[in-house]
Design a protein around this ligand. Structure first.
Ligand SMILES: Nc1ncnc2c1ncn2[C@@H]1O[C@H](COP(=O)(O)OP(=O)(O)OP(=O)(O)O)[C@@H](O)[C@H]1O
Length: 358
């Protein structure tokens, strides 16, 4: 693929944090390509590095954070020309003026982090528009109406006059989405935007993001710990563990032909897929914090299929097909033949069957 097709390339990104117990290695060589007009999901348990990855794209860095290596190239479209920019090399001023909220927008799990509790909704959306566009008040108000309509709000006047605390969580998230798309960004980053919502509302917000993505040919990075959400929204999936991508592929690759034991564990513990089982299987143990130098495959201790080599050497990516790769020694030609757990195999067969029957 050329940089026409890839809107954002994260290359070998390594990030660490200074802490009292030592250097926390939050990202250890993350490489991700976001295809223009598509949705990628980054999925993994809490602490795997999803938020640090997307916050680094937005250059929201903590004081104790250090970029050890890597680049984040944004292929910026300007007057039909593509101009690659390494976001890590941009000045704060340039980032703020040209990229943040204009080319790349982000929505967070808690809408209140982006909304001002003391300002009426209508005014907040107007301010977002005025921050990037010089237009007359009347035209801007017209735009606020259109945006609120786009995000499925019916009683527009009442909502414009409301304060955030007067709206439900789902409504607030709709407002945040309206603000995010107000400046017509090319890339939208969604950091667990539906996690705090109840299941019905979650589903509506996912549908809304999908609808907006299609209508505006937006590229989306969606981060979540929930593979059920991924299956509804993503074209491509990156599975993350302990600061590394451990498997990536299309949605079909990851759901119907997963190869990494960590992905198996995530799939086995996904409620949406668990209709065949009474009890959800969960991955034993918890992810550990990566402090100082680390050796071997970080998932080995929790992996019931771990080989001796896993405790000594980190696995490289092995190719499953042109778009599907997994970093597990189980894919080495000389590794013992280990098959996907039988219970998961059955569920995948059933999902395939259901898909065939529509
Ligand atoms: N400011 C910080 N100082 C020290 N360590 C940090 C800091 N921010 C993040 N980390 C560490 O970086 C690692 C990755 O965290 P991150 O928040 O990206 O995980 P996550 O996958 O997004 O999880 P969650 O879903 O809980 O947000 C964790 O080990 C975390 O403790």
């Amino acid at each position: 693929m050329t940089h026409e097709d890839i809107i954002l390339s994260i290359n070998n990104l390594a990030i660490s944090f200074k802490s009292f117990s030592g250097r926390v290695r939050a990202l250890r060589g993350v490489t991700i390509d976001v295809v223009r007009g598509k949705t990628i999901a980054i999925v993994g348990e809490s602490g795997s590095g999803k938020s640090v990855t997307v916050k680094t794209i937005m250059r929201i860095l903590s004081k104790n954070e250090k970029i050890e290596s890597g680049s984040i190239v944004f292929n910026n479209k300007r007057d039909n020309e593509i101009v690659p920019i390494d976001l890590l090399k941009l000045s704060n001023k340039h980032m703020q003026r040209e990229i943040k909220g204009k080319k790349i927008a982000m929505i967070f799990q808690d809408p209140m982090t982006s909304l001002d509790p003391t300002m009426k909704i209508g005014k907040q959306i107007l301010e977002a528009i005025f921050a990037h566009k010089k237009i007359k008040l009347k035209a801007a108000v017209e735009q606020v109406h259109q945006l609120l309509e786009t995000v499925g709000i019916k009683n527009i006047k009442a909502v414009m006059n409301a304060y955030p605390y007067q709206l439900s969580g789902g409504m607030r998230q709709r407002i945040v989405i309206a603000i995010a798309i107000s400046c017509e960004p090319d890339l939208l980053i969604c950091d667990e935007p539906t996690t705090a919502l109840d299941v019905t509302i979650q589903s509506k917000i996912l549908d809304l993001i999908k609808k907006i993505q299609k209508a505006r040919n937006l590229s989306v990075i969606f981060i979540t710990h929930d593979l059920g959400v991924v299956s509804r929204i993503a074209d491509q999936v990156y599975v993350m563990y302990a600061g590394k991508i451990v498997e990536y592929g299309t949605c079909n690759d990851i759901f119907y032909d997963p190869r990494h034991p960590y992905t198996w564990g995530l799939l086995e513990s996904t409620p949406d897929m668990a209709y065949l089982q009474e009890r959800l299987a969960s991955i034993p143990g918890t992810p550990k914090r990566m402090i100082g130098d680390v050796k071997g495959d970080q998932f080995a201790e929790r992996n019931r299929y771990a080989l001796n080599i896993d405790f000594r050497m980190e696995p490289p990516f092995f190719k499953v097909n042109d778009h599907h790769f997994a970093a597990t020694w189980l894919l080495h030609p000389k590794a013992p033949q280990i098959r996907i757990p039988e219970s998961l195999r059955k569920r995948i067969d059933l999902m395939k069957e259901e898909n065939r029957n529509g």
